[in-house]
Write a protein that binds this ligand. Structure first.
Ligand code: F0G
Length: 451
């Protein structure tokens, strides 16, 4: 498997370009669609020509105990399936990946699904799943000699990019929608030394603007239109398969924003399947916020054949995206795995986030759409009690502390958004109380709660 040959294949028209030949905006010059990294020959490998599955699985697990920096990365320990660099010595790593898979004990009971898990990608070095893709794409940037990298972001990509750029000794430019990203994320970009531009537009406007910039200046674009990002983001699929002893779960549920992550995870499972490392792919479902649901609309209209952008509004700012770049790739993953694409409203997101918090995990609002989506799928009878289900939690709860505090204070949602959900919402609120500085005042707050 030391096959270091990769090329880029256009997802739309199939045109191929060799490494390094893609345009700065990573769009195909023939049809304008995005590229995917392709490893010629992997799909055709049959019988003895296939990699030794047992040996690879042993090696990947064994590396977790190694003292090599690269082996400590949950991305690069799978490097046989990431032959994208001339030298792995160029890899820029912050020991990303190897994130925990938690059994959701209370929610399992509540939803009547014994085998319900959360893969917590918020436990990455900068607190989101973006680190797994940033390590690969930043390594490519470094190997190709770029001095500057840039991204448009709803916050997490910029935090990850700024950190990895700093580690690589590169300069970074962040373009974010003014007033529409969580403070935790903005503070990270500043802390890691990025040049940060807050622009009076939304995420879609920021990306459009940045694409003009990278066409004019020698800056490497690190948004998820960059196919090397998806190579790293496919590796949680390997970790999930490994955690289940290479028997993939029945169903993986992922939030949808710009739709690269669902595409990458689908690619990861597809490659494992093609190489004979797993017997099948899981069903992959994508959940969007009701106010930022272009893919859901597309599935309702013509099962993911065309997409009309929307003006996006949701408090889950990470997925406030109306014109997702990778929608075609994500639509294919949903179609080929028999997954669903649905949306959830602001109250459902807030409730799900509080419930994940009460499990001792916590996550960003954008991550909580997965649980809210699963509840809907259970109600519709689309998920059976005997299935093994994994929710992909994409960001750490501390990324957006304002959201959590507003929720517990009862100031998050408007009366119309609360309508029909009041009891559930209020039952989950745990607002902080101001009490006098004496023990009896503190004990009084526990009245009726301690036996
Ligand atoms: N969850 C979180 C916490 C995110 O930050 C994002 C995307 C998503 C889910 C959606 O993933 O875009 O691959 O479908 N955040 C990007 C950013 C857009 O700029 O940080 P997707």
């Amino acid at each position: 498997m030391n096959d270091s040959l990769h090329q880029l294949r256009c997802f739309g028209c199939g045109a191929r370009v060799s490494r390094g030949e893609a345009k700065p905006d990573f769009r195909c010059s023939e049809c304008g669609d995005l590229f995917e990294v392709e490893y010629p020959g992997w799909g055709q490998r049959k019988g003895n020509d296939r990699p030794n599955a047992g040996a690879l699985k042993w090696l990947w697990r064994e590396r977790r105990c190694s003292s090599e920096a690269l082996d400590h990365s949950g991305v690069w320990r799978f490097r046989e399936l990431l032959p994208i660099l001339d030298s792995f010595g160029n890899a820029v790593t912050l020991r990303e990946g190897n994130t925990p898979l938690y059994h959701l004990t209370r929610l399992s009971k509540m939803l009547g699904i014994d085998q319900l898990y959360a893969k917590h990608q918020g436990m990455n070095p900068t607190g989101s799943f973006k680190d797994t893709g940033m390590t690969t794409a930043m390594s490519v940037a470094k190997e190709r000699g770029f001095e500057w990298v840039a991204c448009a972001s709803t916050g997490n990509t910029s935090a990850a990019m700024a950190a990895y750029a700093a580690r690589a000794g590169l300069r970074s430019l962040v373009v974010i929608p003014d007033g529409k990203i969580a403070w935790g994320k903005l503070s990270q970009a500043m802390d890691y030394g990025a040049v940060t531009c807050q622009v009076k537009t939304d995420f879609d406007g920021c990306l459009k603007l940045l694409i003009q910039v990278v066409k004019e200046a020698h800056i490497y674009l690190l948004n998820s239109v960059n196919p090397f990002r998806l190579e790293g983001q496919k590796t949680p699929a390997f970790e999930i398969a490994e955690a289940f002893d290479w028997n993939v779960p029945d169903h993986l549920i992922v939030p949808g924003g710009n739709l690269a992550n669902s595409s990458a995870l689908g690619k990861g499972f597809r490659e494992l399947h093609e190489l004979g490392l797993v017997a099948r792919m899981p069903r992959i479902s994508v959940i969007q916020a009701e106010g930022a649901n272009p893919l859901v609309r597309s599935f309702r209209k013509n099962h993911g054949e065309t997409l009309e952008p929307v003006e996006a509004h949701t408090r889950a700012t990470a997925i406030r995206i109306g014109n997702p770049a990778s929608w075609r790739k994500a639509a294919r993953v949903i179609q080929e795995t028999g997954g669903w694409c649905l949306d959830v409203n602001e109250a459902e997101i807030a409730i799900a986030k509080a419930e994940l918090g009460a499990e001792g995990l916590g996550c960003e609002p954008a991550s909580a759409v997965t649980l809210a989506g699963l509840k809907k799928l259970r109600e519709q009878g689309a998920v059976e009690p005997g299935e093994t289900v994994v929710l992909l939690l994409t960001g750490h709860t501390l990324k957006d502390a304002d959201y959590t505090i507003d929720f517990h204070r009862g100031t998050l949602l408007q009366p119309l958004e609360r309508l029909g959900f009041e009891a559930e919402l209020d039952g989950l609120r745990r607002n902080a109380q101001v009490v006098d500085a004496n023990a009896s005042a503190v004990l009084a707050t526990l009245k009726g709660k301690v036996g």
